[in-house]
Design a protein around this ligand. Structure first.
Ligand code: CU
Length: 260
């Protein structure tokens, strides 16, 4: 049924759980749609005015209708308590340890995604709103020792495969939404809040290109909240690569950005 739902390819460890839940919800909706549709047609014929010249105001009295409603409610409770709440809880409560994960800041603004890596020292360099400029959209203070090995990018998020990624999601202006469809990740960026988002990417960009037979495929960061006139062009790209390729990319960026 997955392919019928038209979902994008799955590329994170928790994607299967989310898809499984979507399939169950769609099955329930299909049963309800067919069930209510059949009942509607039955009611049209059974209670037609020709056969019932006088309206009955008492309504249905049988046990079937009540039983059906209770059954539907039970299935909905199972979906909510058995699937939705546990899936949500692991997303928001069981964050990976900062020591194991790749920790990265993603800062939305109208209309771009700014990315900030802390580098090998594990500490994000100081940022100051006074330093924000066209060249330095995050206002990173390069004179801060913690910022020496920091790397920033715009609309480009490189990630190592098979490693927990912990994103600190922020925004400089309005509400944006960080949407990574293949990772089954979507989270609003709220002004004044640092929202943690985590996932484990499982398929490198190269592998996904092969799998899909699309040599120019890229994972996308899609802003999923209408955030202003330029919302349509607020998109970034995610490159999932091996740890070795990621380290190589990072070192290249660092060399480039250190240049005065
Ligand atoms: Cu946006």
């Amino acid at each position: 049924m997955l392919s019928y739902l038209g979902l994008p390819a799955a590329a994170s460890t928790h994607a299967g759980d989310i898809d499984h839940m979507l399939v169950l919800v769609h099955w329930l909706m299909l049963v309800l749609f067919v069930g209510w549709g059949v009942f509607f047609l039955y009611a049209l014929v059974r209670f037609r005015s020709g056969a019932n010249p006088k309206a009955s105001y008492t309504g249905a009295k049988g046990k079937i209708s009540k039983g059906t409603e209770v059954a539907v409610a039970i299935v909905e409770v199972i979906l909510l308590v058995g699937y939705a709440i546990p899936a949500w809880a692991t997303r928001v409560k069981q964050l990976p340890a900062e020591s194991e994960a790749l920790v990265v800041r993603v800062v939305g603004e109208q209309f771009a995604w700014n990315v900030h890596y802390h580098g090998p020292d594990g500490k994000f360099g100081r940022t100051d709103v006074k330093l924000v400029s066209a060249d330095n959209p995050l206002g990173l203070d390069r004179s801060d020792p913690n910022a020496k090995d920091d790397v920033t990018t715009i609309n480009q998020l490189n990630l190592p495969v098979d490693r927990p990624i912990l994103v600190h999601l922020l925004t400089k202006d309005v509400i944006h939404s960080f949407g990574l469809y293949e990772m089954r990740v979507k989270q609003d960026a709220i002004p004044g809040m640092d929202v943690p988002v985590w996932f484990v990417p499982t398929v490198t960009t190269d592998e996904m290109r092969q799998r899909l037979g699309k040599p120019d495929f890229d994972y996308e960061i899609a802003c999923s909240q209408l955030c202003g006139l330029g919302h349509f062009r607020m998109r970034g790209f995610v490159t999932v690569q091996t740890q070795a390729d990621f380290t190589k990319w990072f070192d290249e960026q660092l060399k480039e950005q250190r240049r005065p």
